[in-house]
Design a protein around this ligand. Sequence first.
Ligand code: NAD
Ligand code: WQD
Length: 426
Amino acid sequence: MRILVTGGTGYIGSHTVLTLLEAGHDVVVVDNLSNSSEEALRRVGELAGREAAFVRADITDEAALDAAFAEHAPEAVIHFAGLKAVGESVTIPLDYYFNNVAGTIALLRTMERHAVRTIVFSSSATVYGEHNPTPYVEKMEIGAMNPYGRTKEQIEDILTDLGASDPAWRIALLRYFNPVGAHPSGRIGEDPQGIPNNLVPFIAQVAVGRREKLMVFGGDYDTPDGTCLRDYIHVMDLAEGHAAALHYLQGHDGVHRWNLGSGHGTSVLQMHAAFEKAVGSPIPYEIAPRRAGDLPAFWADPSAALADLGWSTTRTVEAMCEDHWRWQKNNPMGYALSLEAGEEPQARPSMSPHPAPYRIDVTAGDPPSLEQALNRAVEAAIAQALMEGTRGVLVTRRSPCTYTVELSRIVPFGTTLERDESVQGR
Ligand code: NAD
Ligand code: WQD
C-alpha cells in the first residue's frame, strides 16, 4: 500500500515509518522539520534497507499538500504532524490551534480532493481529562484540560463529523498513553529540543550527563510509593498498533477509537529504578513539588484494541528503558551529533543561530560515581561545543563533590581534553 505519513520524521512517526517499510508498504513522509531532523529518515532507510520518500512541507499549506498527493498518489494517511508540548500550548494557544486543528483541516480537504479517505490519527490519553475514573475506556465522555489536549479533542470531533457525513471515510482515532523507548538498534529514538518535558527523556539526559538530576514532581500522591502512575508504552508497540489499525480499516468503514496502552500503571520512582538498572549506575533525583495539572494515576483499558485489532503491547518497562538508554548513550546529543562506540566526534554546521548558555553542575557522593557523572557531562558538553561551534569546554571544581561543566569561548578546544586532570586536580 502507498501511505502518506505526516510528521514522519518525528519520534513516533519515524518508528512507524520503519515498521511500515518493513511490512512492505511504500511510504512518503510530509514534515516541516519544525521538531525533527531528516537524519531520522535517513537512518530509517538504513535499517529498513529501503527508503521512504520525503517532502518538506507544512500541513497548513494546501498547495504543497496537493503537489505531494499528486506526485505520490497515496491510498491512506497516517497523521502524526502536530505540536505537542502541554505547557507551551497554554502560552501560545493560537499557534497550537492553527498548526494542529487548521493543519488537520487542510490535510482532510486535500485528501477529499484526491479521493483518499482512509486516515489514522494520533490522538492522546489526555482527551480523557480529569473527570474519568481509571482505567480509561473509549466510550467515556472526553474533555481535555489544556489547549494541546483540546486540539486533539477538536480534531476527534472533526473526524467524527466527517465520518458521519460520508461512509466512504475510514477513520481510526488512536489514543496513545505514554510512549517511551526506541528502536532496539539504538539508531533512532526521541530527540527533544531544549529541556525535555516528559519523564523518560529527562531521566535519559540526566543519565548521559546533560542534566544534573531528575526532579520527581510530587512524592505525596495517594499511590503506593507517593509518585504518579502512568501507562508507559514502548514506541515499537505503538508503531505496530498503527499498522494494525490501518489493516483493520481495509475491511471497515466508519470512525473507530482505540486506546493504545499496556493496561498497567508504573510509578515515577519505578521508572527511575528501571532506568538505573538499564544504565547500571545511580541516577540522581530529588522529590520536588507537584507539577500543576498532573493527575495522580491513569492507565488504559486496552481490551478494545485486542478484540478488534488483535493488538496488545508485548514489550516490558525494562525493554523500554534498555532501548531508550541504548539510543541516548549512542546519541548523547540526539541526531545533531552522534558519538557511537569507536566513532570520532565530527563538527556539524551550527544547528542553532542563538546557542543557549550551556552549563551542568555535577554533584555526586562518592568518587566512582562522581567521575562517571563528570565524564558523561564532559562528553555531552564536547558534543554540544562541536555542534554550536564554540571553542571549548571548561570544567571547574566547586567543592570536593561538585564540578561545573560549561561551554567556553575562551578556552581552546584542546584544553577540554585534559578533563582527567580537571577531575583530579584543581
Ligand atoms: P514529534 O514532535 O517528534 O513529531 C511530530 C512531527 O510533526 C515533527 O517531526 C514535526 O516536525 C512535525 N510537524 C509539526 N507540525 C507540523 C506541520 N504544521 N507541518 C508538517 N509537519 C509538522 O512528536 P511525537 O512524539 O512523535 O508525536 C507524534 C504525534 O503523536 C503528535 O501529534 C502528538 O501530539 C501525538 N502524541 C504524542 C504523545 C507523546 O507523548 N509523544 C502522546 C500522545 C499523542
Ligand atoms: C509522567 C510522570 C510527571 C517529568 C504528557 C502529556 C500527554 C501526553 C504524554 C501527548 C508525571 C512525572 C515528569 C519530570 C517528573 N503527550 N515527571 N519529572 O504528563 O503523563 O503526559 O505526555 O499527548 O498529553 O501531558 O507525561 O512524561 O510528562 O510525566 O516527575 O521531569 O512523570 O509528574 O507524573 P504525562 P510526562
